[in-house]
Design a protein. Sequence first.
Length: 314
Amino acid sequence: MGPLALGAPALAQQRIGPPPHRRGPKVFLDYDQVELDAAYDQTAYAPNRQQIAQRAAANNELVRARLGPPLRLSYGPTEIERLDLYQTAAGREPIQVFIHGGAWRGGSAKGSAFAAEVFVTAGGHYMAPDFLRVQDAGGSLMVMADQVRRAIAWSYRNAASFGGDPERIYISGHSSGAHLAGVAVTTDWRRDFSLPADVIKGAVLVSGMYDLRGPRLSSRSAYVKFDDSTEEALSPQRHLDRLATPLIVAYGSFETPEFQRQSRDFAAAVKDAGKPVELIRGEGYNHFEFIETLGNPYSPLALAALGQMKLAGR
């Protein structure tokens, strides 16, 4: 496996945080509105975001150059309902489904190639679905969640067609993609899709949101149509009774305070519910730096994901 253009995290990176302001009334936990908005805005805590985006684009191209272009397959009837599939050697092999982030309004399957080589080289198939951006879904997260669920259901029902093992489907997600992956692992798969309750055998949720109350009260409500039913239905932490998937929950120590809290609280709630969970804190990484380590087979994040799939050391 060739090297990716991975850089070390900034040694003296400073958190920017909310702008100086006269503190207003509390709107959520101990935050006033300005602080809460900043706590859900990565630009306030990742000053090197543009540099990382440029590096990510280069890494995606490097991986595609080495693996070749992915198969582009349909999991649904609309144009956006397509996925990129990077295949490993022929055989009944496990499947890793990566759900991209982008604040619910960005990201793509094409931009998710960076981690494909880690899984393909280790002996797994790597799949990245496209799905609507929230602004193209009328502000509805429900549409996006449905598409992600249907992509996973498609991978189960069609695994044999590309050499996948339907009994070894694993998922991962980053940021808003981790939120959607969290929704997937708390889906009633038997009721809604006539699939096994444990159709997802393991999940790695990186830098996500697992209860929508905070995001709903933040500036994200300017482009997401939050309502009571959406908040309730799509808050994974409120539906742990449906969880039948071992979880790895991860976050970087330079994340915004809300992304750190959400990860810690979710992992604690899963543990309290008696379900298997591991919490990983990436020391010295911000929101964007941490997920790019999934493209490094020796990173704690990649080793955790490969270990879940029982591919580590192959």
